[in-house]
Design a protein around this ligand. Structure first.
Ligand code: FAD
Ligand code: UDP
Length: 396
């Protein structure tokens, strides 16, 4: 059967085969008993979590380092159906003028950054103001009036947050959504782990096999290398600024459509391109086992790149060569050439996104799901959770 005809006959169309698309497709197919067509424009599944063996045989992540962590038992149990796990707890070091300091900045980071007397006075001041285990956003710490805490927070702001954030977002920490820097709080603790979630790990054989297993279901048909724009046509009503129907193959499509790509793109950038940040990666390959002291090193005071990732730390791959990726953030200006990696959250941008979303309000069969489609800074587990919840609602 012709591709478009087959897609038109599906009970549900899912655009995108990342965590959002693959999870909702599996749920609609397996739990909902629906025939699901998954349309993915890339030549591979997995979305931004896709991994592959590079030219020297190192398992690398094509779109930046992905470490799984969650507090959701539902999400962990769900994904555990499709992968075994390698036990892994992520640690990150900041390179501060050549010294390596644990991030999130914590009580150990204080010891690594100051002489013992100064470190002791900073730690005492922190433990007077906060409880052990507290997580304090850098902007909140900067609000403290105690002179010692002011001195410490100025140091951490300057040496950990300011330059990294300028590189990542093109703006200073106080200019961006505070929730973004709050992802990496100052920890009143000696816990050097980047995440404190209950469940942490890496898919034992990598992310791509996890996705193969998720999508391996008789009711799912996968179309790789196919852009939704080639198949789906949105029909606008004459007088209202809103879509009134979805057509596939020239006919009105009656089934569900779950869209996980960028919503401004689907609406042909009618109101302009939403703000996103993009990334470039430069890979360095070395004929030796390891070249850096942690899986990820954040360059918080210098260099143009934000961080370097040495993949074998994440995957545990035992191999005599190593691959390191340098990560360069940049503005997203050209949808034809660039990938929109991060939505730039903030009130004005949210309003611009909401305007796009309102175009789809008259289409009950249509759902947005995922980091791009919902224009939100979600981690993988949050996306899986949202996909499971959407399935609960759609299947009943
Ligand atoms: P995506 O993975 O982006 O998938 C969307 C898919 O839709 C893509 O494959 C795309 O090609 C396809 N698509 C889009 N438009 C169309 C179209 N028109 N037609 C057909 N297909 C289309 N999360 C963590 O939990 N831990 C981490 O360590 C972590 N690290 C990250 C590092 C980086 C650099 C980035 C950018 C993100 C990181 N994340 C991490 C977040 C994680 O990548 C996302 O939560 C997750 O990938 C979102 O899945 P998704 O399915 O919503 O989107
Ligand atoms: N951040 C920083 N310095 C660091 C780590 C993080 O300034 O060493 C800030 C920066 O603004 C970053 C945000 O905290 O964008 C969130 O960091 P996270 O590691 O969660 O970013 P992601 O891994 O999602 O890119």
């Amino acid at each position: 059967m012709d591709k478009t005809k087959a897609i038109a006959n599906a009970d549900a169309i899912v655009v995108g085969a990342g965590f959002a698309g693959a999870t909702i497709a599996r749920e609609l197919a397996e739990r909902g008993g629906m025939g699901v067509a998954v349309i993915e424009r890339r030549s591979h599944i997995g979305g931004n979590a896709y991994d592959f063996y590079d030219e020297q045989g190192v398992l690398v992540h094509a779109y930046g380092p992905h470490i799984f962590h969650t507090n959701s038992k539902r999400v962990f149990d769900y994904l555990s159906r499709f992968t075994a796990w390698r036990e892994y707890e992520h640690q990150v070091l900041a390179n501060i003028y050549g010294s390596f300091v644990p991030v999130p900045f914590n009580l150990n980071s204080i010891d690594a950054s100051f002489d013992p007397d100064k470190a002791a006075s900073f730690k005492a001041a922190l433990l007077k103001a906060y409880k052990p285990g507290d997580r304090v956003g850098i902007l909140d710490l900067k609000d403290q009036s105690d002179p010692l805490l002011k001195e410490l927070s100025d140091y951490v702001y300057e040496h950990v947050f300011l330059h990294y954030t300028m590189k990542q977002w093109g703006q200073a920490p106080e200019e961006i959504d505070p929730a973004v820097t709050a992802r990496v709080p100052v920890l009143i603790d000696t816990d050097n782990r980047y995440f404190q979630d209950e469940y942490q790990g890496m898919p034992k054989d990598g992310y791509t096999p996890l996705f193969q297993s998720l999508l391996d279901c008789p009711n799912i048909d996968l179309y790789l290398g196919l852009d939704a724009a080639e198949v789906i046509e949105l029909q606008m009503s004459g007088d209202k600024e809103a879509y009134q129907a979805i057509n596939v193959g020239g006919k009105q499509y009656p089934g569900l459509v779950i869209y996980t790509g960028a919503l401004d793109e689907l609406a042909a950038w009618r109101y302009g391109i939403l703000p996103y940040r993009s990334l470039d990666f430069i890979y360095r390959r070395y004929p030796t086992k390891r070249v850096q002291p942690a899986a990820v090193v954040n360059f918080t005071v210098n260099e143009e790149y934000t961080r370097t990732t040495e993949y074998s730390w994440l995957t545990g791959q035992d191999i005599d060569v190593t691959t390191v990726a340098e990560e360069y953030p940049l503005a997203f200006t050209d949808p034809a050439q660039q990938i929109p990696y991060y939505a730039v959250s903030g009130t004005d941008n949210q309003a611009a996104y909401d305007r796009y979303l309102s175009l789809f309000a008259g289409l009950p069969q249509f759902s947005v799901l995922g980091r791009l489609a919902e224009y939100r800074y979600y981690n993988m587990d949050q996306i899986v959770e949202r996909a499971l919840e959407l399935a609960d609602r759609l299947i009943g």
